[in-house]
Design a protein around this ligand. Structure first.
Ligand SMILES: [Zn+2]
Length: 137
């Protein structure tokens, strides 16, 4: 190999005064005519940097999604009950169960009164709300 027996060309600092010496490791690759060991290989460094950036971006996206969910939830709860949004948050599960139970009741009523426009409108609203609740991103 061309790099065999040759030393990495990178300068590394060995004190707090900015003094440097040549990296003592053996060269493994040549990049733009310069010799590098594995850890000073610019492509290896760029790959590590890309990994760090991707990890940071993923963590940031997850945090952002959590903040957006919290903001949306808080805004919606405050809109329903500005004095006590916490009560709305604590009721959501029960509200959905109630709407699901109402959907069953509406199905039965519509079967008994197929021409009732009010029941049909309410059924449409219930189906729309439950579809939104179960929506997948
Ligand atoms: Zn090196």
């Amino acid at each position: 190999m061309v790099t065999e027996g040759k030393q990495c060309s990178e300068r590394v600092s060995h004190d707090d005064w900015g003094h440097t010496h040549q990296c003592p490791r053996g060269a493994k690759v040549i990049r733009n005519g310069k010799l590098y060991c594995k850890i000073h290989d610019p492509e290896y460094i760029a790959g590590k940097e890309a990994e760090r950036t991707a990890k940071f971006d993923a963590e940031w996206a997850a945090k952002k999604a959590t903040w957006e969910l919290q903001n949306t939830a808080i805004r919606a709860c405050k809109k329903i009950n500005p004095e006590n949004p916490q009560a709305v948050a604590e009721s959501i599960e029960g509200l959905v169960e109630a709407v699901e139970a109402y959907e069953d009741t509406l199905n039965l009523l519509i079967f008994q009164h197929p021409d009732d426009k009010i029941l049909a409108t309410q059924m449409y609203q219930v189906i729309k709300v439950l579809a939104k609740v179960r929506e997948v991103k």
